[in-house]
Design a protein around this ligand. Structure first.
Ligand code: SF4
Ligand code: SF4
Length: 406
């Protein structure tokens, strides 16, 4: 595949006025002296790279693609997109076996699910972690997410599909790899809420991994293939008049914005129909179109963590306001700090220390608040926070499902 097939057209690096605000907000610069920072890696570097690709710096691999620089930039420069595009165009390092395994979530899922109890047990052993650390470069301190012994799709086909046909109003659900292979409980809660408000749920025709881990691990051909498949599956749902709802902020952001901005794939006919379930629910409830009845005995003390991609979309407000509608919920909204995992970045031996340092402020804030649960819309933030603080993390949809009166 030729690069220009999947990279987007020229980014707006000329709009940079060199204020360095982006660098002040970059979580990597603060912990890794080898990283040049967004201003230099993005707009400044792009001017040089256009003259001669020899100016490409392999240290750009440390960028988390968290987009905090873009949120901070007063000139609206697509700093992180410029960096990702440079990595795609000029990067020489090829993905290692470890990177391919970590990024191939929908290859690993079907292989592991039939043996989930054994795999979960073995990957939790210290000896297994030591071997993976030494041979594969997966850090020995990392806790692996557990696999489910049945996929969400299998549960849905067997236990929910028939029921969904009873509803006139419907939504489509992009469940993502995490719900399907690791955490079907979240998908079940999504279906429970939708049915409680009178909506049936449809799954997409052949959903695949959104491809975010492939993008960050340099598997661009695979990411484009997945993106094309998903845009086609999403288009079919949109043609049926369905909104596509999600529970993962990262899958949502990737399909809406990374497909066109980083992979150069046109998605304008589906983009505005892809929406996080919390946003959709908040809008339906606040317009009076949907009413929820809450349990009178519900009590929970929660802190909300804004995932980086959630911040980039600006949609944390919907999750927060939805949670605030729940009587009996005590909610504290944390300062917006990166958790440091950035998908597969924090799994790698060479990044683990940086990943923990980046997340340390967030972990400290969470411990100080002493909540029963942390709420967040991103599954990889959940892994990092649970592992680093020992406090359980829930998606807002799970909290809502627990709080409603059926
Ligand atoms: S914040 Fe924006 S304008 Fe300022 S240096 Fe960074 S990219 Fe340039
Ligand atoms: S995307 Fe995140 S890690 Fe990368 S340069 Fe921007 S702020 Fe830094």
């Amino acid at each position: 595949m030729k690069l220009q097939e999947f990279t987007s057209s020229a980014h707006n690096f000329e709009e940079c006025m060199k204020c360095t605000v982006c660098t002040a907000y970059c979580p990597v610069v603060q912990v890794n002296p080898r990283y040049p920072g967004p201003k230099q890696a993005g707009p400044d570097g792009e001017r040089l790279r256009l003259k001669d690709p020899i100016f490409f710096d392999e240290a750009l691999k440390y960028c988390l693609n968290c987009k905090r620089c873009e949120v901070a930039c007063p000139s609206g420069v697509n700093v992180a997109d410029i960096i990702q595009e440079a990595r795609m165009k000029y990067g020489k390092s090829k993905p290692r076996l470890r990177d391919r395994i970590l990024a191939s979530t929908d290859v690993m899922g079907p292989l592991v699910v039939p043996f989930a109890p054994v795999v979960n047990f073995v990957t939790g052993l210290g000896v297994t972690k030591a071997v993976l650390h030494a041979t594969m470069g997966i850090d020995r301190h990392r806790t692996f997410p557990k696999y489910s012994s049945r996929t969400f799709e299998a549960w849905f086909r067997r236990n929910a599909l028939k029921e969904q046909r009873k509803y006139d109003n419907k939504v489509a659900f992009f469940h993502g790899c995490y719900v399907n292979y690791n955490y079907p409980a979240l998908g079940k809660d999504f279906v429970k809420i939708m049915n409680a408000i009178g909506y049936g749920v449809e799954l997409l025709d052949k959903e695949q991994c959104c491809g975010v881990a492939m993008i960050s691990n340099g598997m661009y051909d695979g990411a484009v293939k997945h993106a094309r498949n998903n845009v086609s599956a999403l288009s079919k749902a949109v043609d049926k008049g369905l909104k596509i709802l999600t529970t993962s902020s990262t899958c949502t952001f990737t399909m809406r914005d990374e497909y066109p901005d980083v992979l150069g794939l046109q998605n304008s006919d589906v983009r505005d129909n892809i929406m996080l379930a919390t946003k959709w629910l908040y809008e339906k409830i606040s317009s009076g179109e949907v009413k929820l009845k809450f349990r009178k005995d519900f009590r929970m003390k929660v802190v909300y963590h804004t995932a980086c991609h959630m911040q980039k979309m600006g949609w944390q407000l919907y999750s927060i306001e939805l949670l605030r509608m729940i009587p009996g919920l005590t909610l504290t909204v944390l300062d917006q700090n990166c958790c440091g995992i950035s998908g597969t970045f924090g799994f790698k031996k060479e990044n683990y220390g940086f990943s923990q340092k980046i997340g340390s402020k967030l972990f400290e804030d969470i411990r100080t608040s002493n909540p029963e649960y942390v709420a967040t819309d991103c599954e990889t933030c959940k892994w990092q926070i649970e592992m680093s603080t020992g406090i359980p993390v829930l998606n807002p949809i799970e909290i809502l499902a627990e709080a409603i009166e059926l």
